[in-house]
Write a protein that binds this ligand. Structure first.
Ligand SMILES: CC(=O)N[C@H]1[C@@H](OP(=O)(O)OP(=O)(O)OC[C@H]2O[C@@H](n3ccc(=O)[nH]c3=O)[C@H](O)[C@@H]2O)O[C@H](CO)[C@@H](O)[C@@H]1O[C@H](C)C(=O)N[C@@H](C)C(=O)N[C@H](CCC(=O)O)C(=O)O
Ligand SMILES: Nc1ncnc2c1ncn2[C@@H]1O[C@H](COP(=O)(O)OP(=O)(O)OP(=O)(O)O)[C@@H](O)[C@H]1O
Ligand SMILES: N[C@H](CCC[C@H](N)C(=O)O)C(=O)O
Ligand SMILES: [Mg+2]
Length: 486
């Protein structure tokens, strides 16, 4: 049982109208989810202002409201609390409502443009393999020691987040590994959590529709490190241009990993092939089952985090060498006629470049590379021509198609991608709006030994068109085409 007064611990409010001595049944920030006895937190959003729904929330049973501005007309016996920032307040009351679960286990957050899911998932698998009970919060799915809970976001909202963490604590989890997206930092979804450590992967072009400038995107990531507590670790990628920037103002212990620069944890690639990576890591030579330079970074970050969490080096390397990465990340299959198909979640220019350069590094001869790629609708439009350009630079043939068009016209998205195609390469580019047809065409064009990359959708099992999510799975489509070849 929770009283409003219990939820106010650590919350700076300027005014309380009413009594804090009322029982609260739920913390809610969406009027559509209010149940009798709720505390409704009115948050200003990107589409609407939650303050416009206060009256509805009260009508549906909210008995207390946190807001930045008091509504003109207030009816009924309702408590009002004024705060400077409702989104920050939401994080605090949500954590209090669930007894601050993040402080009851070791929580590690991973941020950066690419690699978050891979690193969080590897850490989760590694620590479970070493015998710990663990939780995972990721783009692909959430897990509580093996129990899967579907994820709606890369980083859940503060209420869902604290509820999941509380379930992890109740299950006896020692650790939780989670992705921290830049949206989550900017919207204070993780503001009131107590982290044991933070990991930075890299920073490249993405989400400029939301953050507007690269600097504000970078600052959102940096804010995560600025807010880490003194006893946490802040682990950065010293090879990334912004790696050191992340740690500039942190109070946490500063640590770094690197393949090229100086760093506390170092590795060197000895071999990089379809079968895996041989790394010289912290003075040991170890084979890993993952592919590509970018995964050498991910593995090293995981290793370094495990060391910072006081794990045994030999045990960590042995376990890590057995693990595969997250689903939909460089998943590859070979057709009966020896065409190689790769499904990868590359949906930023840098990720497309990393995956394709890896394909180039590890292919045996001059096999052709055919890339099938689209760009998401209602997302950063400026990355569209760049992703197409990078795909063309690294492929022999490119099929521009749809990703998740969401509310946008898919043909128009493809037109915007085409702006990035070098005129000299145009004859090697096809545009096929229907992704299934695009994949089918790629398979028809491929000769034995050729490599087909299906980029952008990775693990996703749907395609969102005009607000409707239809079942769609790149790997399923690829395997169906490969079966036809038998
Ligand atoms: C752009 C963005 O991040 N939006 C997120 C944001 O919604 P918003 O600010 O648009 O909310 P809004 O619709 O304006 O509503 C404002 C407030 O009014 C409330 N409301 C609204 C309507 C109503 O009838 N009653 C009511 O009370 C809403 O609950 C909300 O509190 O806050 C919501 C609640 O937390 C999120 O669900 C929503 O995520 C949307 C769906 C989304 O697509 N987000 C993506 C971009 C995202 O967050 N992605 C990152 C990963 C990115 C990456 O790593 O690549 C992620 O962490 O998932
Ligand atoms: N360390 C890395 N550096 C650069 N690119 C990477 C790295 N790790 C993975 N990638 C590429 O980025 C894609 C997405 O990887 P992953 O899902 O791990 O990233 P993410 O940060 O979780 O992405 P999201 O922002 O969508 O949650 C991969 O499919 C791969 O193409
Ligand atoms: N977390 C990313 C995922 C993009 C995946 C891609 N398939 C798309 O739909 O654009 C986003 O929401 O921008
Ligand atoms: Mg992710």
């Amino acid at each position: 049982m929770k009283y409003l007064s219990d939820l106010l611990e650590g919350l700076a409010f300027t005014e309380l109208q009413g009594s804090a001595d009322v029982e609260i049944t739920a913390v809610v920030f969406d009027s559509r989810k209010v149940v009798p006895g709720s505390l409704f937190v009115a948050v200003k959003g990107t589409v609407v202002d939650g303050h416009d729904y206060i009256e509805k929330a009260i009508k549906d049973g909210a008995i207390a409201v946190i807001c930045e501005e008091l509504p003109a007309h207030v009816t009924g016996e309702v408590d009002f609390l004024m705060v400077a920032n409702s989104a920050i307040a939401l994080g605090i009351v949500a954590a209090n409502f669930y007894d601050n679960p993040s402080a009851q286990l070791k929580l590690v957050g991973v941020t950066g443009t690419n690699g978050k899911t891979t690193i969080a998932t590897l850490l989760y698998k590694l620590f479970r393999d070493m015998g710990y009970k663990c939780g995972l919060l990721s783009t692909v799915e959430n897990q509580i020691n093996g129990k899967v809970i579907p994820s709606t976001h890369t980083t859940p909202d503060p209420v869902a987040l604290n509820e999941l963490l509380a379930d992890m604590v109740a299950t006896g989890c020692d650790y939780c590994f989670m992705e921290v997206s830049s949206h989550a930092v900017a919207q204070h979804r993780v503001g009131s959590l107590k982290f044991a450590g933070g990991i930075f992967t890299n920073l490249t072009h993405d989400h400029l529709d939301y953050h507007k400038t690269f600097d504000s995107y970078r600052d959102a990531k940096k804010a995560f490190f600025d807010n880490l507590p003194k006893n946490a670790f802040a682990l950065t990628n010293a090879d990334d241009k912004n790696g050191n920037v992340m740690l500039q103002n942190t109070k946490a212990h500063r640590k770094s990993y690197a393949l090229k620069s100086m760093g506390d944890y170092r590795a060197r690639i000895i071999e990089n092939q379809f079968g895996g990576l041989l790394l010289h890591i912290d003075n040991e030579e170890v084979w890993f089952r993952m592919v590509g330079t970018f995964n050498a970074y991910n593995i090293l970050a995981v290793y370094a985090a495990a060391m910072l969490l006081d794990q045994d080096k030999a045990k960590v390397l042995t376990s890590l060498s057995k693990l595969s990465g997250a689903v939909g990340r460089f998943d590859y299959v070979v057709a009966p006629n020896k065409v190689i198909g790769i499904v990868d979640y590359a949906h930023t220019p840098d990720a497309v470049q990393n995956v394709l350069s890896t394909v180039h590094d590890i292919r045996k001869g001059n096999e052709k590379v055919i890339t099938v790629i689209g760009c998401g609708g209602d997302r950063d439009k400026t990355k569209r021509p760049i992703m197409a350009k990078v795909a063309c630079e690294w492929s022999d043939k490119v099929i521009l198609t749809s990703d998740n068009p969401r509310s946008e016209d898919p043909a128009q998205i493809i037109e915007e991608m085409k702006e990035g195609v070098d005129p000299a390469f145009k004859r090697h580019v096809l545009s096929i709006v229907d992704r299934r047809e695009a994949i089918k065409t790629a398979c028809a064009l491929a000769q034995p030994g050729d490599i087909i990359l299906l980029a952008g959708k990775g693990h996703e099992t749907y395609q969102e068109i005009k607000g409707v999510k239809n079942h769609f799975d790149d790997m399923e489509e690829l395997l169906a085409q490969f079966r036809e070849m038998e």
